[in-house]
Design a protein around this ligand. Sequence first.
Ligand SMILES: C[S@@+](CC[C@H](N)C(=O)[O-])C[C@H]1O[C@@H](n2cnc3c(N)ncnc32)[C@H](O)[C@@H]1O
Length: 281
Amino acid sequence: MPRAARVDSAHITPSAHYTGFVWYRHHLAEEPFVTPFGRLAHGLLAPVSWGARVAFGLDVEHLLLQRHLLIDALLREAVERRGVRQVVEIACGLSPRGRRFCARYPDLRYLEADLPPMAARKRLLLHEEGWLDARHQVRPVDILAEQGVHDLQALFSGLDPEVPVLVITEGLVNYFALPVIEAFWGRLATQLQQFPSATYLTDLYPDLREHPRYRQLRWGIDLVGRLTRGRYYLHYRGDSAIVDGFGRCGFGDVRVHDPKELDAAPPDAWPALVRVVEARV
Ligand SMILES: C[S@@+](CC[C@H](N)C(=O)[O-])C[C@H]1O[C@@H](n2cnc3c(N)ncnc32)[C@H](O)[C@@H]1O
């Protein structure tokens, strides 16, 4: 029986409504990306976010924005300086990135993908706004599928193998235990080998045990796990372990980015908790 039939990650999907509302609140998304559930979840969690900010100096929305803006900056660089013309955003949820980048770069092809129900919802949203066309599309995918209509091979078969590609995942990888997500990275690296050049960008929360806010972070991620009826894992002990781990999955050139690289990075009280990994096969 394929693994996708045994491991189900649909419980993660509601979190996309919350982040979708955060992108809107910070002027990164237009109103159609807001759902009633996203607005409600944001309101219900506001006291928790406020408490974490006041008691621990941890700002949840700031953490989310750090990863989102850093991925945006690296994607812009790839499009403007490295000739990337095809983007695949896996686990796109209600992210407005595809809409923003298609509006800004008329030559860009942007494929968004998510589990079938979220993919259907995103397709409808973009269709109703008149934003779907031949170069901006949405497809169903399950990163856990080793074979079948929702596997990576089916997703990548729709791309031009002669053109450089960039793949994004955001807000996804820490929901899975390391062997599960490393198996996905291995399958992804295999798919990416067919392109003349291929880059993978993902945010990742490492297991930074020396961090002054480590205990509070653990408390926060346990809460995220409980709210999404699953678990939330921290992967790798630091930057060099990240490079080694991605190397084992088939990525030869791996860079680990810290949000402090962002041009407009606001001053932070603590070293950053999130990283963005830029990995090439
Ligand atoms: C926290 S949300 C992040 C959404 C978006 N990337 C963002 O940052 O706003 C996680 C997303 O992962 C998707 N997801 C969960 N399991 C998945 C799987 N097995 N394959 C593909 N996507 C999955 C969910 O449906 C959800 O949209």
